[in-house]
Design a protein around this ligand. Structure first.
Ligand code: GTP
Length: 369
């Protein structure tokens, strides 16, 4: 991990939702810095008193910095993202009220910050929380304006304050509604993205896996064989490159007729898991159709492949099959090598002929092409 990444992990953690919350926190902190600079300019021009401005700056910066730790520790102290958003918004609203009171003739402009705070809620707070916060903001600003008009009517004319309050109420309530709608839209988009990902996963499985046996299906096996052809396109000293075997369960129709179709399905499932248990990680067993299976053994000699099939036959003879007790299950197999540069289709054709011979000569055997 590079140094900047390590530093980012240290400061922001590794959890993505926590990181997102800290990014929003950083964005609001930039806003605090901007407001501080403007407030200092106000002080410089004599619009605000130095001591009150300093108190507000110290209090604002300190509490905003404290929120960093609250967010970082939120998973441990059990604070949810929406609760954190509400807490931060409340703090920001109190700051704005304070700022309004100390900004003299510039106080009208500071009301914009109330709207910014409510707009930020769209990221985490629920629509109901946003609406409640807007009402709290409205009540808080109303009390602030009323108190200022009452105690200092010369600087805060009551009629002017009342009209400012009217504008604020209209803007605040519309912003709350819009912010709530945006939140709903974001939630819907998130849900749809999650559903799409799940649907894609299901489609991927359905397109590649046989439902009954959970083996690779024929379609997917064609892709595997093509990939294998690309992997080994040319001869290596004329050696065989891989082996394939066509495997067919013997007298399967009898099983179906005697025990029923469900028992036949059980045989297919039991065969698949018994056969799979005999394979290496690179070997691929596919359901080729009905009671027929295709086995690919990459980088295996004929002797290796025969050994695998013999082990498999032993397993299949003794495997328990629910609903088919007392019947010995066997299979016949046609085994072929895929020679250098040869398409798999040719090797499969030879394996098919060998399988036919295995059936003709009595079943329950492996015949080499
Ligand atoms: N239960 C079940 N049966 C299937 C399925 N797919 C194909 N079959 C049946 O498998 C049987 C295959 O029969 P056959 O091709 O005559 O082969 P067999 O009886 O195994 O005879 P041999 O291959 O010559 O030993 C048919 O009866 C199909 O209906 C399946 O998914 N489930």
């Amino acid at each position: 991990m590079t140094l900047p990444r390590r530093l980012a992990a240290l400061l922001l953690g590794t959890d993505t939702s926590l990181r997102r919350m800290l990014q929003y926190w950083a964005a609001t902190y930039v806003l605090y810095v901007a407001c501080t600079l403007i407030l200092l300019t106000q002080v410089h021009h004599g619009f605000s008193a130095t001591t009150t401005a300093q108190t507000l700056i110290r209090w604002g910066w300190g509490t905003a910095a404290g929120f960093y730790f609250v967010i970082r520790l939120s998973p441990r102290i059990g604070l949810k993202p929406d609760q954190l958003a509400v807490l931060q918004a409340l703090f920001s609203l109190v700051c704005t009220m304070f700022l309004y009171a100390v900004s003299g003739p510039l106080r009208g402009a500071t009301l914009v910050m109330t709207l910014v705070t409510i707009a930020f809620c769209m990221f985490a707070a629920r629509p109901r929380q946003t609406m409640l916060l807007s009402l709290v903001a409205l009540a808080g600003m109303g009390v602030t304006m009323w108190w200022l008009a009452l105690h200092d009517p010369a600087r805060f004319p009551p009629a002017q304050e009342a009209m400012s309050f009217g504008y604020l109420a209209a803007a605040l309530l519309s912003t709350a509604v819009l912010s709530g709608e945006m939140h709903k839209l974001r939630s819907r988009l998130k849900r749809q993205r999650r559903e799409l990902t799940e649907a894609l996963d299901t489609i991927r499985v359905l397109a590649t896996v046989d439902e009954l046996t959970s083996l690779v299906n024929r379609r997917r096996m064609h892709e595997v064989l093509e990939a294998e052809e690309r992997r080994q396109p040319s001869s290596r000293n004329g050696q065989a490159l891989s082996c394939i075997a066509l495997i067919d369960i013997d007298f399967f129709k009898q099983v179906n007729d005697q025990y029923g179709h469900a028992a036949g399905d059980s045989v297919l499932r039991s065969f698949s898991s018994a056969a799979r248990a005999c394979l290496r990680g690179d070997d691929v067993l596919a359901r080729w159709g009905g009671e027929e299976f295709l086995l690919l053994l990459p980088d295996a000699s004929l002797d290796d492949a025969r050994g695998v099939l013999e082990r498999m036959a032993e397993q299949v003879h003794t495997m328990p099959v629910p609903g088919v007790e007392g019947r010995r299950i066997s299979f016949s197999a046609g085994l072929a090598t895929r020679n250098a540069g040869e398409p798999f289709a040719d090797a499969i054709h030879r394996a098919d002929k060998a399988l036919y011979r295995a059936k003709e000569s009595g079943r329950d055997r492996i015949v080499q092409a």
